[in-house]
Design a protein around this ligand. Structure first.
Ligand code: ZN
Length: 468
């Protein structure tokens, strides 16, 4: 390849290849089938059904290129981690196009044979859960291979004998790239194949290629790339493959502030794979060494969705200074087919060395648990009634248990069944409902982990929950 790829331009041109049919918050098997149908007549790609999930949903392998270096890429072995599946279809769109990057495509087609398995776990994807239908984590089944999905991945790896294997996942949004206030947007790992964490030739190549991908990605998001922790897990595919001579690379899609639908992270996945393939055909990765890999900062779990600093809490007449870290867990409701948040207090105390995606310094403010509105209700109050409740410190209402046929509330108030003896408190693992006061005046209310100022009342609380 004489020309070199312009990574600034390709980043700008990404929208040409974006697969608009995929909503990256959740991807179902029927969406996958639609795309597979669309691709059936595509000359550059060959599509093969390679197996079925436990619920007999088809799993596909899409191959392209006629080179003699085999590459295996799989996504969504964890059903609730769809970002890379969307990025793979963007990438396939890229390879179906004809434009100024044809020189790159031709080199890829000539030198590599790439096998993509998008959505290895269709049952988990449909339920938006990590595990497969029988609750087995496919990435803990590489040795026993009891799940059909794990067996299938293993069989393809035997057949294709890949030089590199890309294992694509999503990680939670609480990681930083090193001990700094920079979220980890992409983290990568050359998996260890033993507990001694030694290095074999296959792992060396993974480290080199990660060094090379990091160099490209760092242009777009400097400081936001991390190295995934290298604890050995013998049952995971990356570790098993690397002991077997396949240079495995784990890529985890993380989080960047403001990118709640992970559109940017998806784009970075796309770029990471373009960069990886480019580095393979130019053999650029061979210029990299272990130091390039180990100098990538390690993933640290230092972020909270909400960090409230320097509050005062009173217990038995004594006052204590505390920080409160709160995480908003995003849940999928199968009844309504919608996502909702269920927030909890994750840490209390000195959180000086931690960071909040949203932070408030509340020095001098007093914190108390949110109150429960005592009257038993049969329907969710109107918005203006809820506003009055907030202004009086109420974060939760008591509800007639027979009227509760939902798992979350679309309005900014929580619900507790009237029979439940519920005592809100500021403790770890408790729901995140708080009153924040200054000079005996209520200034803020926190409902389900969302802060609402009461003086210029503005409510950005996305939903309440059913406390049970
Ligand atoms: Zn995963």
């Amino acid at each position: 390849m004489n020309q070199s790829i312009d990574f600034v331009k390709i980043f700008e041109h990404y929208n040409r290849y974006l697969e608009i049919e995929l909503d990256q918050e959740r991807i179902t098997h029927s969406q996958l089938l639609n795309l597979i149908n669309k691709y059936k007549t595509e000359q550059t790609l060959s599509i093969e059904k390679v197996g079925e999930s436990i619920e007999q949903k088809d799993i596909f392998c899409i191959s392209m290129g006629s080179g003699n270096r085999n590459i295996l890429v799989w996504s969504q072995m964890h059903g609730d981690e769809p970002t890379a599946t969307a990025a793979l279809f963007d990438l396939l769109n890229f390879f179906r196009c004809n434009d100024e990057y044809d020189f790159y495509r031709h080199s890829i087609f000539n030198e590599l044979k790439i096998h993509f398995i998008p959505m290895l776990n269709p049952d988990g994807s449909d339920y938006h859960q990590r595990e497969n239908k029988i609750s087995v984590d496919i990435n803990r089944d590489s040795l026993r291979r009891e799940s059909p999905e794990a067996k299938l991945l293993w069989d393809i790896s035997r057949k294709a004998n890949p030089e590199f294997g890309f294992n694509l996942h999503d990680q939670n949004s609480y990681y930083t790239a090193g001990r700094v206030n920079k979220s980890s947007a992409i983290s990568m790992l050359a998996p260890p194949y033993n507990f001694e964490n030694t290095i074999n030739p296959a792992r060396t190549k993974s480290m080199q290629l990660i060094g090379s991908i990091n160099k490209t990605l760092s242009r777009y998001i400097p400081g936001h790339i991390a190295r995934y922790k290298d604890d050995h897990e013998p049952r995971s595919f990356g570790d098993t493959f690397i002991s077997d001579g396949i240079s495995s690379i784990l890529i985890e899609s993380g989080f960047i502030k403001g990118d709640n639908k992970k559109e940017t992270v998806r784009k970075l996945n796309f770029i990471a794979l373009i960069a990886a393939f480019n580095s393979l055909i130019t053999n650029d990765f061979e210029q990299m060494n272990q130091h390039d890999y180990y100098s990538i900062p390690e993933n640290e779990s230092l972020l909270f969705d909400l960090l409230l600093r320097n509050l005062n809490t009173s217990v038995n007449g004594k006052s204590f200074k505390i920080d409160i870290g709160i995480n908003r867990e995003k849940k999928f409701d199968k009844e309504t087919n919608k996502f909702f948040y269920k927030s909890k207090i994750t840490s209390v105390g000195d959180l000086e060395n931690y960071f909040g995606i949203e932070e408030h310094n509340l020095d001098g403010f007093i914190v108390k648990p949110g109150s429960i509105f005592d009257k038993v209700l049969k329907s969710i109050p109107y918005t203006d009634e809820i506003e009055r409740m907030h202004k009086n410190g109420f974060t939760t209402i008591k509800f007639d248990p027979f009227s509760i046929d939902f798992t979350y509330v679309e309005k900014p108030i929580n619900v507790v069944p009237s029979y439940l003896k519920y005592n809100p408190s500021i403790t770890v693992d408790e729901y995140a409902n708080l009153q924040i006061l200054s000079d005996d005046k209520l200034k803020y209310i926190v409902v389900n982990g969302f802060v609402c100022p009461l003086e210029n009342y503005s409510n950005s609380i996305l939903n309440g929950i059913v406390i049970s």
